[in-house]
Design a protein around this ligand. Structure first.
Ligand code: OFO
Length: 170
């Protein structure tokens, strides 16, 4: 496997693992705050990020490279509100999207078209995740600090999760 591609994909493994830990920390905060629908949503999202990491690990190894399993920094543990959580989640996803775009760019520079093809799944996934986070933030903006609205929002996320256990699409 091309060394530059192997290195940048290994960097992406770290980013996906960091995403998974961050969303797990958010889920735990939400659950311990009694916001259970949001907690379920974030637990699942954390699992999905781990799957993204695994996808990269398997791909690198199958292509004759060596996937390196990183240690992960301690994620933020305290959050102020749902808006705080989803603002952070969107910022984080935008960062990840930029990293994915950089990989696609390097694939073209290195003329590695099979990795380029593999990365298209991640490109589509990032579009979806950013749109989802924006959609949720718009809803939270509308609700403001209305307690009944926040209760319904949390219940909606729970329903969404139960109706669509394999994904986070709205
Ligand atoms: Fe892996 O999609 Fe979010 O970060």
């Amino acid at each position: 496997m091309n060394k530059r591609i192997e290195e940048i994909l290994n960097k992406q493994i770290v980013a996906e693992a960091v995403s998974s830990q961050l969303y797990l920390a958010m889920a735990s905060w939400a659950e311990s705050s009694g916001i259970n629908g949001t907690a379920d949503f974030l637990y699942l999202h954390s699992d999905e990020e781990r799957e993204h990491m695994l996808k990269l690990v398997r791909f690198i190894n199958e292509r004759g490279g060596r996937a390196l399993i990183p240690s992960i920094e301690v994620p933020r543990q305290e959050f102020n509100s749902l808006t705080d959580i989803f603002t952070l989640l969107l910022e984080h996803e935008i960062k990840v999207t930029n990293m994915i775009n950089e990989i696609v760019f390097v694939c073209l520079e290195e003329k590695d078209y099979s990795t380029h093809n593999f990365m298209q799944w991640f490109v589509a996934e990032q579009l979806e995740e950013e749109a989802l986070a924006r959609n949720i933030l718009d809803k939270l903006k509308m609700i403001g600090s209305d307690k009944a609205g926040l209760y319904l929002f949390d219940r909606d996320l729970e329903t969404l999760q139960n109706a669509n256990p394999g994904g986070t699409e709205v």
